[in-house]
Design a protein around this ligand. Structure first.
Ligand code: DC
Length: 198
């Protein structure tokens, strides 16, 4: 069975938490596509060459979760050739047998427009910055400024900008507990699953 759950949205909105939990609940594979861009940014040098030569090992670096790695990822993600180099891998992952959950910025719009379920997970910039601060520490005001700058770059780029697909269900997690957000996501998947699996 091919069944794709596409999760898009800005940084720290809860995409990863929801994506991992959905994958565990339904037995689907999960791909955090932000990690691909983070790994390209972290390699340094020519980002197009870095994207073309990306290996599984590159994704295991332990410095990929930092704010700096997110910033570098957002910068390399602007290049159409970087995005093109990562496209086929993500598409194949999305349509693998057994079901897949992918989270990122362009999954429902570019990587897998035929996804059975599309979620656009968002939250206010203040709430997202606060979550990042709880996770990583540091100066919360600076984190908020970084989150806003990253949103602007991801939304404003010309190739595959961050936006909700027309047929996406928007989940604003600003005032939702993780459990409540997850319950809505699970219901959205169950509504689309073939009957014998739902
Ligand atoms: O989800 P994240 O914070 O790990 O993503 C880091 C950056 O990577 C994000 O700011 C933009 C880029 N990205 C992208 O352009 N397309 C994706 N599908 C995933 C991430």
């Amino acid at each position: 069975m091919q069944f794709t759950v596409a999760i898009d949205g800005p940084a720290a909105a809860g995409k990863g938490t929801i994506g991992r939990a959905l994958a565990a609940q339904f037995g689907f594979a999960h791909l955090d596509t932000g990690l691909l861009y983070r790994a390209v940014g972290a390699k340094g040098g020519d980002p197009v060459l870095a994207a073309k030569s990306l290996t599984a090992d590159d994704l295991t670096r332990d410095d990929l979760r930092s704010m700096a790695a997110g910033e570098a990822a957002s910068r390399v993600a602007v290049h159409p050739q970087v995005r093109a180099a990562l496209l086929q891998f993500q598409r194949a992952f999305a349509r693998r047998m057994g079901g897949a959950v992918l989270d990122g910025r362009d999954i429902g719009t570019v990587i897998c427009p035929e996804a059975e379920v599309k979620l656009f997970v968002t939250a206010s910039a203040d709430v997202r910055a606060h979550r990042r601060w709880l996770e990583l520490g540091g100066d919360e005001g600076q984190i908020l400024a970084d989150v806003i700058a990253r949103d602007e770059r991801d939304i404003g780029r010309s190739d595959a900008p961050l936006r909700a697909a027309d047929d996406a269900i928007t989940l604003d997690t600003s005032a939702l507990t993780v459990e409540a957000a997850l319950a809505r996501a699970v219901a959205a998947v169950q509504a689309k699953l073939p009957r014998r699996l739902g």
